[in-house]
Design a protein around this ligand. Structure first.
Ligand SMILES: Cc1cc2nc3c(=O)[nH]c(=O)nc-3n(C[C@H](O)[C@H](O)[C@H](O)COP(=O)(O)O)c2cc1C
Length: 374
């Protein structure tokens, strides 16, 4: 008997097993950020498929942090009923669900023409940046304070809507990664320079969330532990950041990539996962974090077999194993493994699901679609 299908408790939230659906943006919401019938179906299938905890896709805390037109929102009180439907759908199947709270920072510039609004905001103006060729404005202290408050308010709404937890998205080149990385944060004030200053946003946001949700509600964070290129956030600093976040009172750390480097191979969604040595590509990072903190740690990135998931848990390298792409093609994968059909996930990590989104369509597995059409 392995550990994968044993319960786990995160700050009083009781999970039936150690498999977590890592946040996945489906591009299936309504244009104003509302929850669609299609989304309710996706979440129903995921919950019925037996995953222990679902994390939603990127959900905006304020319009200015929006990256794509169909992202769900908790930026307004009027978002609560729709999001409550989504939480209810998961609970109706016996599942648990956390909402991922998000701000794109300067990455919103990629949507600039669509946004038609003010300029994208980041910690600093771009400088010698190999992977960002657009422009953004540097945030004023007042703008930072407004974003911090928005995270707190959105978390309060998440709790009111019935979500079991929130997860702050502090990875993958978005606002928190931009603040933490010395490549993108060139500020001279209390928000830049030392690690403590570059991590201030993460800590202030936690305090703002706590003020709204109280001491007993699980507040998780997905942390980009290191950047995908030289000159960015180092692993050593990322590890220290993870320790500080755990000490400050975050309740669970999911360990992923910071700023992206060259192509998919230096990003959070690597390909070639099924080659020998390709599976579980952030495993050693999670293991190192796990050695240093006393809160649950989730390992994400290219886990495709129950044997690998069990091995990570058995060696104490993580408390949870998070997967994203395999659940796009097979939402029932956890139940399949639990029932003893332990073949590897059907997902081949080709990233066509992601490319569908980049081309403006809803998330889907191209292969599963073809299979269904045959
Ligand atoms: C289509 C797609 C959408 C994603 N959306 C999000 C997201 O909203 N938030 C997030 O933190 N990560 C997102 N990710 C990254 C995944 O959560 C995960 O970290 C990454 O895909 C590696 O896990 P995997 O190998 O199991 O897919 C997305 C990945 C894909 C393929």
């Amino acid at each position: 008997m392995g550990l994968l299908f044993t319960p786990l408790n995160i700050k009083g939230l009781s999970l039936a097993n150690r498999l977590m659906r890592s946040a996945t943006y489906e591009q299936a919401g309504l244009k104003d950020g509302g929850v669609s019938a299609k989304e309710l179906g996706i979440y129903r299938d995921l919950a019925a498929g037996g995953v222990g905890l679902i994390v939603t896709g990127v959900t905006i805390v304020c319009e200015q942090g929006r990256m794509a037109p169909k992202q769900n929102s908790l930026s307004r009180q009027s978002d609560i009923p729709g999001m409550a439907n989504l939480a209810r759908e998961v609970h109706g199947q016996g599942g648990k669900v956390a909402v991922q709270l998000f701000h794109a920072g300067r990455e919103a510039a990629r949507m600039h023409s669509w946004r038609g609004g003010g300029p994208a905001l980041g910690p600093s103006r771009p400088q010698d940046d190999p992977y960002f060729t657009l422009d953004n404005q540097a945030m004023s202290p007042e703008e930072i304070a407004r974003v911090v408050a928005s995270f707190g308010e959105a978390a309060g709404r998440a709790r009111e809507a019935g979500f079991d937890a929130v997860q702050v998205h502090a990875a993958h080149a978005y606002l928190f990664s931009q603040f933490l990385s010395p490549q993108t944060n060139r500020r001279q004030d209390e928000w830049g320079g030392s690690l403590a200053n570059r991590l201030r946003l993460h800590l202030e946001v936690l305090a703002a969330i706590r003020a709204q949700v109280g001491p007993d509600y699980p507040v998780m964070v997905k942390l980009g532990l290191a950047d995908g290129f030289e000159g960015g956030l180092t692993l050593e600093e990322g590890l220290r950041a993870a320790e500080l976040l755990a000490q400050a009172g975050y309740d669970c750390l999911e360990i992923s990539q910071g700023l992206r480097g060259e192509n998919y191979e230096q990003s959070e969604y690597r390909t070639k996962v099924n080659r020998p040595g390709g599976e579980a590509y952030f495993r050693s990072w999670a293991a190192e974090v796990k050695r240093r903190v006393n809160i649950p740690v989730a390992a994400v990135g290219g886990v495709r077999t129950p044997e690998m998931a069990e091995d990570i848990l058995a060696r104490g390298e993580a408390d949870l194993v998070a997967i994203s792409r395999p659940l796009i093609s097979e939402p029932g994968l956890p139940a399949r493994w639990h029932n003893g059909q332990t073949e590897r996930a059907r997902c081949v990590s080709c990233n066509k699901c992601l490319e569908e989104i980049m081309q403006g369509r809803s998330m889907s597995c191209v292969f599963e679609r073809k299979r269904a059409e045959q």
